[in-house]
Ligand binder design. Structure first.
Ligand code: PHE
Length: 335
């Protein structure tokens, strides 16, 4: 009997080594492990063994059974995983392309604007988009009945609370909380009651600039704006200032850059003028210094605005401001 067990064990081991398909494995299972298999028949033969050896022989058969079973299970697993790689994975399919996110063009341009002003010694300040009438108008020398309120059609929340129409209120907040010397830019979103078209949007982005110290002049303003124009669009771009009016600056100006498409020669985009309007600027009005408690005899300063959307449109040759806000991936994927 022990001989027979040994023989079956040997045989099973040899056969297990040769198995390479699940059909072969199943044949082996039927031969050894099924109810009519070789190992079961060993158990039936156990009754013929003399009583005092029965226990030890039984143990041997049990051992054989569990050995064959565990080899069987191992093989079954490995054949299964081979099968998965063969059948479920097509190595010739193109790989899955992960969707790569990217920065919005306005973010790219704003980062560039900030970097240029960092290098000129400015740092960034922030202010709320929901403002009070006081910061947006009153403290900027625009009293309630002032016609300049019509320059910017305002979205009111209540009579006193509104969506800021420009980033200039940040000038007031900064001067209220800091003493000169001040040298800041304040980027952010602003809102106006405009019907959207190619060049208007009910919200857009500005960068405010403010410098206050003793002895600051209009020449400093021109120098900084010119340095910015050269860094942003190239050193052949000229800058010009035209007299204008803002209640919070005196004197006030609007400033233009050479058209970035024809570099000043005149083309369709600049309507043959060679110039592009950028924004407003000027020397801080003494009334504004009064409102924040600065000594207007001691300090002078300049302020400027800048349209981020407009600069991005010039930089990338985009002719419709609405493209920035529609989130069309065909547009956004180009940057
Ligand atoms: N706040 C003005 C505007 O939105 C621009 C400006 C800023 C003008 C600073 C002068 C000084 O049109």
């Amino acid at each position: 009997m022990l001989e027979q067990i040994k023989k079956i064990k040997q045989e099973a081991e040899n056969e297990l080594k040769k198995i390479s398909t699940s059909q072969e494995l199943d044949t082996l299972r039927l031969k050894y492990l099924s109810r009519k298999g070789l190992i079961s028949s060993l158990f039936s033969d156990l009754k013929d063994v003399v009583a005092n050896e029965r226990a030890i022989v039984g143990q041997k058969i049990n051992q054989l059974k569990s050995d064959v079973e565990s080899s069987y299970k191992e093989l079954q697993e490995s054949l299964k995983s081979d099968k998965e790689t063969e059948d479920d994975v097509d190595l010739f399919l193109p790989g899955r392309q992960p969707f790569i996110g990217r920065l919005h063009p306005l973010t790219i341009v704003l980062d560039e604007i900030k970097q240029i002003f960092f290098n000129l010694g400015f740092h960034v300040e922030d202010g709320p988009e929901i403002e009070t009438d006081y910061y947006n108008f009153e403290a900027l020398n625009i009293p309630k009945d002032h016609p300049a309120r019509d320059m910017q059609d305002t979205l009111y929340i209540t009579e006193e609370i509104l969506l800021r129409t420009h980033t200039s209120p940040v000038q007031i907040r900064v001067m209220q909380s800091q003493k000169p010397p001040i040298s800041i830019i304040a980027p952010g979103r602003v809102y106006r009651r405009d019907t959207p078209d190619a060049s208007h949007s009910p919200f857009f982005h500005q960068v405010e600039g403010l410098v206050v110290d003793e002895g600051i002049s209009f020449g400093d303003l021109k120098g900084v704006i010119t340095a910015f124009a050269h860094k942003m669009f190239g050193s052949d771009i000229k800058v010009r200032f035209r007299p204008s009016f803002f209640p919070f600056t005196e004197p006030s100006a609007e400033y233009d850059f050479n058209c970035v498409f024809c570099r000043g020669k005149g083309c369709r985009v600049c309507k043959n003028t060679g110039w592009m309007e950028i924004s407003g600027a000027g020397m801080v009005d003494p009334n504004v210094f009064e409102a924040v408690g600065y000594d207007s005899e001691k300090y002078t300063g300049y302020a400027f605005g800048m349209g981020v959307d407009r600069i991005a449109m010039l930089k990338y040759g985009i002719n419709d401001i609405r493209l920035f806000f529609e989130n069309d991936l065909r547009f956004l994927n180009q940057f």
